[in-house]
Design a protein around this ligand. Structure first.
Ligand SMILES: [Zn+2]
Length: 481
């Protein structure tokens, strides 16, 4: 990247709220994959005379996001008409919020390489989604199933200092809305979309640039990253040639992140906002807001930090555990009442590596595993107390997932417990030495030879030997050779 310039970036995030019905009518909101125009009524089609009635659950969920992102709540809030015409918005206006959004002046905290960062949120408001146009060679088809789906818009301040911040913010925000149950934020279904506002200035300049480029409808975090990189190069080239990039809206050509000019903007858009006359203003009492606050769960950022400070987990490990609330809750259940942080670390390690491997291989969800978090932690505890080796623990885990039996029962049934008898282990090692006499001779020159012998001991005992103990005995016996 060109070192002469730095970017100024603000994000607008659109988020579909998870509700049964649409924002202002009773049409079902499960529109994805349904027959076009099968989820419509006079309200969401915008027919004359139809009366919108706000969805109380959507308002509540939006308020919970405002509170979770430290926004000030406008206790008197209202809906406004944003006037513009577009084929997928035939009524000529979108019901949105203008000067009294539900929340303002908040912030979201997240980490970049274990370093805590904060980006300010200018506003969060609620609006309705539009319909969808589908273009063929000859005609444009319109589907209004998406029209009227509740949509939250989150607008940040232009605080981002580097691309890592933008991406980490986008991820943490997505996790946060999932933890709160506000939205599934399934990007492939278009439930979360980003709009990038970006311009460049000379490094060190404090002034906001004289232009701004908007890129709309970015459907994934990886594409967002590509768009930022592409726009940086494009705008830097124009600035380096002494010109100013055009103030415009740009569209995405494809998933490569390349953009093209869609609409030149001479002035700010004039949407002629005015209060929606069909919906009275909303009033929120302190009691109501307190009630919502009490339902907010511990959020991903706070959880991650608790894992790092209380359980001494590595930040990267903690980050993986909070990827989803289901996983994080599963982990919490597994470590319930365990105080020993070394054991907690071991449980986290086995969850991320070995349980995940089972889930991936068998295409399961965590909730579909045959064993419970408690049974899982019992298994790791046996390993931790050296009653099992890693190899044996893996066998037991696989058996737990096919039978749902207690780990201890499986160990007893299959006679899998680790060899506790040192004399017996020494016997095995001596046999291995005899069978691999040439390798034993090699150990003085080649340190890997001892590792090979350890492997043979593990193999001969079918994983029942304790690796650390065996390594110690092997070294001991080799010194006497
Ligand atoms: Zn409807």
């Amino acid at each position: 990247m060109n070192k002469e310039f730095e970017f100024v970036i603000g994000l607008e995030v659109h988020l579909q709220v998870k509700t049964e019905s649409k924002m202002f009518c009773r049409c079902a909101a499960d529109y994805f994959g349904q027959k076009p125009n099968s989820r419509v009524c006079p309200v969401c089609l915008g027919l004359p005379g139809a009366l919108p009635v706000p969805n109380a659950l959507a308002v509540k969920k939006c308020l919970s996001l405002c509170l979770a992102t430290n926004c000030q709540i406008n206790k008197i809030s209202k809906f406004d008409r944003k006037n513009y015409f577009y084929p997928d918005l035939p009524k000529g206006y979108q019901i949105s919020q203008y000067d009294l959004p539900l929340g303002e002046n908040g912030f979201l905290e997240f980490d970049v390489d274990s370093d805590s960062r904060r980006v300010r949120i200018r506003r969060i408001h609620l609006e309705e989604d539009t319909g969808k146009s589908m273009h063929t060679n000859e005609e444009t088809l319109l589907d209004f199933n998406k029209s009227g789906i509740p949509l939250i818009e989150i607008v940040t301040e232009p605080d981002f200092v580097d691309i890592e911040e933008v991406l980490a913010f986008a991820k943490r925000l997505r996790q946060t809305v999932r933890f709160l149950g506000i939205s599934n934020a399934d990007m492939e279904k278009g439930q979360m979309r980003y709009e990038l506002n970006m311009s460049l200035r000379k490094v060190g300049s404090q002034k906001l640039p004289q232009y701004k480029v908007e890129v709309k409808n970015i459907g994934s975090i990886s594409v967002l990253e590509k768009v930022i990189k592409y726009e940086f190069e494009r705008q830097a080239d124009i600035l380096a040639s002494g010109k100013l990039p055009t103030q415009e809206t740009r569209g995405l050509r494809d998933l490569s992140g390349k953009t093209y000019s869609q609409r030149i903007k001479e002035d700010a858009d004039d949407y002629r906002y005015f209060p929606e006359p069909d919906i009275p203003p909303m009033h929120f009492s302190d009691e109501y807001l307190e009630e919502i606050k009490s339902t907010i769960c511990e959020l991903p950022q706070a959880r991650k930090h608790r894992y790092v400070f209380d359980y001494k987990l590595e930040p990267d490990t903690a980050e993986v555990l909070i990827t989803s609330k289901v996983r994080s809750d599963w982990f919490e259940e597994a470590i319930e009442k365990i105080k020993d942080t070394a054991l907690i670390k071991e449980i986290a390690k086995w969850l991320i590596k070995d349980v995940n491997a089972i889930i991936k291989e068998q295409k399961l969800k965590l909730s579909e595993l045959k064993f419970t978090p408690k049974q899982f932690s019992q298994l790791v505890e046996m390993l931790y107390q050296k009653k099992l080796s890693g190899t044996l623990a893996k066998q037991v885990l696989a058996e737990m997932n096919s039978t749902g039996d207690e780990p201890e029962a499986i160990v007893n049934r299959k006679g899998l417990s680790i060899m506790a008898d040192e004399t017996e282990l020494i016997k095995v090692i001596k046999t291995v030495f005899k069978d691999n006499a040439n390798v034993v001779g090699d150990t003085k020159k080649n340190p890997n030879a001892a590792k090979f012998l350890l492997g043979q001991v593990m193999k001969a005992t079918k994983g029942k030997a304790d690796p650390a103990e065996s390594a110690r005995l092997i070294a001991d016996l080799l010194s006497k050779e």
